[in-house]
Each structure stands twice: as C-alpha cells, then as structure tokens.
Design a protein around this ligand. Sequence first.
Ligand code: C2E
Ligand code: CA
Ligand code: CA
Length: 736
Amino acid sequence: MNGANGAMIDTKKIDKEDLFVWLCHIGSQFNSAFLITDPDFPNEPIVFANEKFTEITGYTEQEVLGETNHFLNGKDTCLNTLVQIAESIKNDAIAKVEILHYKKDGTPFWNDLVIQALHNEEQKNIYNIAIFSDITREKQQEAIVLLQQEIYKGIEKGYALSISLQKICDMTETFFPAGAKCSILQIANDETMRIAAAKSLPTEFNEIVHGLSIGTNMGSCGNAAYTKRNVIVDDIQHAECWKDFREITEKHHLKACWSFPVINHENCVIATFGIYFSEKRKAKELELEFIRKVTPLVLLALKNAENQEKILNLAYIDPFSKLTNYNYFLSEFEEMMSDKPSGFLLLIQPSGYTNIVDSYGKKQLASLLSQLSGRIRKLAHKMEIIISRSSEASLIIAGECEEEDIPLCMSRFLQAAKDPIILDGMELFISLRIGVVSLSKYSGSSGDIVRLADIALTRTKLQAGESVVFYEDRFGTEIQEKMAIQNALIYAIKNKEFYVHFQPKVNVQTGLIESFEALARWDSSSLGSVRPDVFIHEAESLGKIQELEIQIIEQVLSWLVRRKAEKLQLFKISVNISTNHFYVPNFVKNLVRMVSDHGIDPKYICLELTESIGLFDLATARKILTDLNKHGFVSSVDDFGKGFSSLSYIHQLPVSEIKIDRSFISNLEEPGAKVIVETIIQLAKSMKMSSVAEGIETEEQLKVLKQLQCPIGQGFYYYKPMSLDEIDAILRAQDY
Ligand code: C2E
Ligand code: CA
Ligand code: CA
C-alpha cells in the first residue's frame, strides 16, 4: 500500500484493472468525495463513487454509476468554469476549480473540485479521478468577511448608505445562486416601508412596496417588520401575508420570499432584509445562518448612516431655525460656481431685527427666518436656489438665472414680506433689505462674493424700509477708504492727533453767547482732514470712542483751567458722548476724577447724548444720569426728534436740555416742522428743561424761533465751529 496520496501511484507497473481496484480502495478511504470516470467509454461514465460523495450530494453510488461527471451541474453552474476544466484535462493538467453544483434535492453547493487524468506508460489517459468537497460554509464565511470589509470601508470612506446596502444585497445574491433578488427596506417613523436598496427587483414592484405600511398582510417584509420575526415564505402564491399582492408577484415570477427584521438596541425594527426567489424555496439551516450573519451588517450600515446624519446635521444645520447653515451654503455654492453660471448671491435681512430680538427673543428671530425661507422658496418658483441662514438675522441665497432677470427676481423675493409673519401668535409686518451680487459681473472666491453682498447689504441701511442694493465697484473703494481711516485712527488716538473746535450756543432773545459745544476735529497726518461724523463712527465701531472723547474732554478742561487761571469768565461746555462710552462702567467716576483733577466745577460740563441712549436700557440710563446730576454735571439730549420714539420716554430721563434736531430747523417754513418744533419747546418748558435749536442758518429761521420762544440757538447764522484761538478772540472782543 502506497498510502492515500494518488500522486504517488506508479502507473507504469500496474495494468488498468489493478489500478482500478487500487483506486477504489484508496477512494473509499478518502475524506472527500471521490469519483472515478473511465475515458475508454463514450461520455466518460462514472465507475466509482465513495461514501463521502453520497454524504455530500445525496446520490448513492448505484444512482451515479454510468452517469457523466456533468450530472452535478445545474442552471447556475458557471459555463466558463466548465470550459476551464475541459481545457485543463485536454492539456493533461490538473483542473482545480470552485464550482457551483447541485445536490440530489436541488440544493446548490459550492464544490471545491480537483480533476486529474491518470495515464499509463504510453501516456494514454486510462482514468480520471475527481476529488471534491462542499465548501459552501467556507464560502459563506468568506462572503461575510468580505462584506464586513466592504461595509467598514464604506463607513471609513463615507459612502452613501444606499451604496453600502446595495453591496449587501449584491453579495447576498451571489451567495444564493438561484436567481435570488434582495431588498432592504427601511422602516420610517410612521411605520411605512421605504426602499433602501433593491436594484435587482422590478421597478414596478418596488414602486408598489415603497410607502406601504407594515402589517401582517403586507408581504413577508411588512409582516416581519410588524411581528419582529423572520418570515420565511417558501410559496408566495399560497401565503396569507401575500394574498393582496398575488397579481404583481405572479407577473414578475416572484415565488418565494424570506424576510428578516433588522432590530436595533431599543428593540425597534428599523429595516427588513428580504430575499426573493423565482421558484418556491424552503430555507436551509446554512442559509439562515448566513442571513443571521448579514443582518447585523445591515444594522451597522444603518446605524452609521444615522450617526453620520447627526454629525452632518451638527455641521450643516442651524439648530434654532432648522435651516441649513453658512457652511452648508458655502459647500453648495462652490459646487454651483464650478459651472461658472450667471445668477446672483444675496444676503437678505429683515429691517429693524434688533427690535425683533428685543421684543420677541432670538428664538422668534429664528422662526421668522425659517418662515421667510419657506416663502422665498415658493417665490423662487421653478428656479433652483440655495438658501441658508448666514448670521443671526440674515439669509443667504444663491440662484442661477439670466443677468437681466435678477432685478425681477429680487422684487419677487421682496414679496416674502407682503403678508405679516406670525410670531408667538402675533402678526408682525416687516420689510426686507437685500444686498445682491451679480455672479456674471463679479468673480473670486465664494468668501469674496459673500463679502461683496455684505457690503451691498450694509448699503441698504442708508435707506429706510425695504431696499435692494446691487454691489458696485465704487463700494469697494469706499471699503478701502474705510479701512485706511480705521488704521490711521488707531495711530491718531495714540498720537493725540484730535483737537477741538467750539461752536457757540447763543441766547436767541439777546444774541449773547451762553455756552459752547465742543466738536472733535482730526487732521490726519496720512489722510488729511477727516469729517467728524466719519471718524466718530469708525472710532465707535473700533471700540476707541471712549479714548477719543477723553482726549476731547481733557482739552475742554484745559481751556477752562486756562481761563480760570486768567480769571476770565468760565462758560459751560457741551461735550458729545457716544452711547457706547456712556454705558462704560465707571463712566461717571472717571469723569468726576478728571474734572476734580483739573479743579473745575462739574457744572461747566454738559454731556450731549443722543436720544437713542434711552432705547438701549432706560433704567440704567436713568441711573447714570441721576448719578451725573448728583455730581453736578448737566446733560442734554442731542438731535432730539430725529427718532421720534424718544418723545415717549424723555420725561423719564433727568436731563436739563433738549437739542432740537437740525432737520426741523432747516424745514421751519413747513407748517408740520414748525408745529413739531413748537411742541418740543413747550414739552421742554413743561419739564423744566431748556431747548436748543440746532443748525440755524437764516434770519427767517431765527425769526420763527424767536416767535416760538426758543431760548437757545446754535448754527452758522451765529457762528461756525471755530478753533480755540478764534473763540478766545471773539470772547475778548465781547469783553468776556
Ligand atoms: P452734532 O453733535 O449734532 O454737532 C453739530 C454739528 O452740526 C456739527 O458738525 C456742526 O459743525 C454742525 N453745525 C452747526 N451749525 C450748523 C449749521 O448752521 N448748519 C449746518 N449744516 N451744520 C451746522 P460736525 O462738527 O461736523 O460734527 C458732526 C457730528 O459729529 C456731531 O453732530 C456729533 O454727533 C459728532 N461729534 C463731533 N465731535 C464728537 C465727539 O467728541 N464725540 C461724539 N460722540 N460725537 C462727536
Ligand atoms: Ca452735539
Ligand atoms: Ca446735534
């Protein structure tokens, strides 16, 4: 006995019959299926099969003797593999393949097959032996591992859920060779089924399933989702749960369907995994085992997608309005711009949103934006737009359209505010401001384009109410100028480049100088003379206004100190105080210290505040003003009437003077303006306040003011703001 290894047979010394006996002896001891075929007969019949063969295939030796090797083939046996085997045998090589074969009961199995031709000394092929084993289980394990790798790769690379799920279907279909078609249905919160992957199933069938509710009569999957159990239907035509779908299943030859619920940790069915067959089919244990290993992968893919969505939501969704956010916008916009389209990018903002926040809160502002966004989407009609929340109070929108259609589009978007917005059950009428950039006129990075839209939006604030501003080049130079001013301003504050002009405040009845207003001036070493309203505004936005105003107050105090030293008459000087400065903690304390350091009585200092101070925080404003009064300072409300709202709370503020805004004085010939001025003068009187008419330029204006008994006037008619030297000269001339 040469042992069990067929390769060691010395065929030269044995004749065919001896060899056969010997081979049978060896074959019967083999732990794999062992077949011998005889090429000397037509069709090469099987002449021997061992017990293991019977165990694997279900055929007895008697049943297969005389058959050809091919009888194990079936409908899904790969033809190429068969050709490969034939080629190998022809070339006297060993054929080694993995091939799908069929058992006696029709069950396919993966066969790890080796076929070898044996030759005698004349090189004549005398026998062929086939050795094989059922490697279905190994193949299954291999498939599961591959599938796991695929799913993990999908997670790592961020594949879409549908891709991962379809991979699971594809792989499972190859495992079930008999024309299996897989479907994965997601179960939505409303207990309806959504096709997540089912490429192999007929579209018509999928369309019927999509959106169906789960339930016992809803096919295998609906049933499995409903009962949380595996539902193995081996014959659809006779299954109760399929009775409502007989026609469509028959039409598409769907004969069996096994479905498996995918259950999460909270014991909820989140999906079903279904396998359809085109013939009646009972599930084998090995197949169920396979499915038991696949469903966790479906769960994994779904869970990952859910987490992914949560992460995406965090990155791309504004949590308050539930609108997509600026990051999302940018990524979409960049994609849109890759086609170099014509169209627009705009920022849209409700005017007066700070009031909305004050009255309704930030949550309601978010609700307002989301309502607006919904309306704009509708108004955009068929035009595709990208719309997101870009800041607390604005939406950012990009859309593709012809250049000449942009204005029409803008007026359509303005319509979003035609009907009131409902906040907290209240109707709120708003108007919108739009800053817009034409994409065919301006290019650059998306950040650049947004910046241009932002500049245009800022421009809209120059007009009251609703407005649309298209970005123009000249805005850009203005921005550059603004930045130059800001840079120079920081340097100027350090180097004390600011100085002061005084403008006299005059007794209207006598024409005598009563007091002065100190006005800041700046001759920049780099920019030349800069207008006060410009640099004051920039100093405010840079947070430098406090430092600037302190420098002005210092100069005012020095002037008073000088007059005091020269024993000249002192005058009350008004200094302008920005609202930002007014609310700085220790504002009063600092002021008291400065005044006392110079040895000046606080009554010579009047603080001119704009009427908006009360708008911010009336209670605090009152407290500060009371504190100022206590220390002997006086205060005045500047530009009164400009905002109108101040009429309602001015009586609550302990101020001693009201300055009637210049716009009323310049319109004094209009009866309306005259009535307002008269009312303000009377109002001031009734509250024991003085009133000052600002910006008197003509004799006629003065005449009216005299008639209205306005006590104090200020304006070019009397004096322009002047340097301190000029002021000194005038005072000297008037014997003060
Ligand atoms: P304001 O406080 O209303 O100052 C009065 C402004 O009106 C001054 O402009 C003055 O030159 C101008 N004016 C006076 N009489 C007439 C007139 O008859 N006709 C016309 N058309 N204008 C007249 P100015 O000096 O350009 O100052 C502009 C604004 O800058 C001031 O308005 C004030 O709001 C602000 N400002 C100036 N200095 C300071 C400061 O130290 N602090 C703060 N916060 N603001 C200041
Ligand atoms: Ca003023
Ligand atoms: Ca003023």
